[in-house]
Design a protein around this ligand. Sequence first.
Ligand code: BGC
Ligand code: BGC
Length: 749
Amino acid sequence: MNNTPIKFTPILLSTLLLTGCPFFDDDDDSSSQSSDNTIIVSDSLAYYAEWPTIESKVTVDTDIESQISVILGQMTLEEKVGQMIQPNLDDVTPEEAKQYKLGSLLNGGGSWPDGDKHASAADWAAKADEYWTALDEAYADRGFKVPFMWATDAVHGHNNVFGATVFPHNIGLGAANDPEMINRIGKATAKEVAATGLDWTFAPTVAAPRDYRWGRVYEGYSEDPEIIFNYAGQMVDGLQGGNEGLKSDSQVISNVKHWVGDGGTQDGVDRGENHYSEEYMMNIHAAGYFSGLKAGAQVVMSSFNSWHDDANYDQTGTGEYNKKVHGSKYLITDVLKGKLGFDGLVVTDWNGQNEINGCTSSNCPEAVNAGNDIFMVTARTDWQPFYENVIAQVNDGTIEMSRIDDAVTRILRVKMRANLWNKPKPSDRSLAGNDAILGSDEHRALAREAATKSLVLLKNKDSVLPLQANQQIYLAGSAADDLQKQTGGWSLTWQGTENTIDDFPGATTLKMALEAQVGAENVFTDINDVTEDTIAVVAIGEDPYAEFVGDIKDHQTIGFADLKTAYAADLATVKELKARGMKVVTIFFSGRPMYVNEEINNSDAFIAAWLPGTEAGGITDALYQVSGTDFTGRLSYSWPNTLCSTTINRVPMNIEGYVTPEWEQDISGEHMPLFAYGYGLSYAIGEESDVDLDNLTLDSRDYGCGQDQPDDGLATIPMESTVKRLAVSLHYVFLARQTAGRVLMYLLR
Ligand code: BGC
Ligand code: BGC
């Protein structure tokens, strides 16, 4: 039973936790001013009235600068443009890389060497050698060379690689609120990337997801800038390090993304419209860039979203600019490279140029002129014409040579800072090809620690937890033995689907972890084996998803059980076991906070486990209080109490007099969170909440959050969203065709 007499309301608890939070220094809420009056980014979250100047830990090296200008002076226009093109692995051969003298490639989610999902570290490094050598040869007769580099999405560990450690997704790490651990995760991830011979990871994501309908909520640490600010610098430092780390064999180039405002689109639409004011853009959505760039991140990725503000002027000269960030000279050149003083490189997102009105993936001088330096033009049928087009556009004056020189200077600078001229071919680097580094015991132990720390205990009635070693367990629910649900999107494949247990060697599902903890003989999955004292552990949760596929559509809500029949079955399981009179411990895997009032009512304990990754032992450590392990996770996102409390955000502490924008919900009214930001129970503090968690009010809404009334076929959907839905649908059709085309080309090879 509860030892402490204090009753913790969610609000009180979060206030206590936040005021006691060591990472927010109340006295230091103003930025510092340098002698020449520029605002310098400070060490803790602050308020900025103007874009501040960032002093990067990776400093200007005059030696490097002069070497770059010597090389640049010798490069032909073709060689320069080659540096600016980044195709996807499946769409470029080493011969083509040599022929076009390309500067880099990426492997998109689900692209592996020779299409082999189970490629080893040595296979990856050998493939990296092929491109590296091709470029070495390409420059053999030039008297200078420009080394090749390879980028990947190592966003929760080296997740696209077989056997790698899969850490919790960022949403769980945010709940852990442990910046020091983030640094260690960055270092471990960098080592695993280095073990495959690659040079650069598209991480961290520093989005502040404000609307739970967005399918990428789980990629962000928090809805609020505070934890994002505290984490971004630590993750960059762990992945990449400063001048020295970046040059070493054990760290890789780090990339903050997606610049900027990706988490602030209306209705949470992926690639949608951001309408935040410049003040809020700066102080909410850009916070991760301030600490991330200060820690030295060498790459920033442009974002798919648009930004609707007058400051985002039309530099395209077409009069039809749709305000997409990829075409924003204001945000990329004036703000990022200018005011912030970023001297690394800007990469586009996957064919992001195509988002700009008047552009296609293969032709978009506007995106070059806006200030993007490397173009992730992924398909062969696009990057080859894109290359020719840029050359022609420089020759006819559409693009100025100085713009190309700026891009190539930045690319060479990053490559030189990363020591690529001195590093041997990938497989000869000290960690490369070493399979023992992927998923090593040390890294798995860290992932297990992170999984524990990410858990948020939302309910623990009558101290049903911790579980006792001698209690028999009936294990049920769709997520009980399912690595797809544990790992989520961006796990071996792009959407995280099409994976089986064989794709994650060495991984532990919840079932495996429970069996390891109490012995297989005490874990039942047949209801007939249940006795009076058996405790039910029900693991439920979302199927994996990634970009746009994971968006909640207008006709849907954020009610878990309403989204899919399989999820409704999960709720039915919880209710059925409760109705039998069993004690029910529900573990919820999800990429976002969701409305689960009925699930909570019918559970004795309820844990938000997010997307914990491959090490479910971290969950049983907390369930059984192994070696005193407690629940220390606290919500970094407010938890909804109704089906359509989609946009409920804590008032940012760095913005005095925050005025809730019209598209965010008023959290003091009907959208008051069930559990406020910062909430989380623990064994140490006690288990009570002043809300009756057995009798939460159920929301009877039977139509989507984007609808005005029930969809009986005659529903009135606001005109604006009909148009938007149509546009989004067309966009999906386009993307689906693009992917289908690639699959077809791959099959025909
Ligand atoms: C995503 C990025 C990712 C890139 C490469 C894009 O569609 O938005 O986050 O880094 O693909 O896979
Ligand atoms: C790739 C992802 C990419 C996405 C963009 C997918 O086919 O695998 O890496 O982010 O396309 O649409």
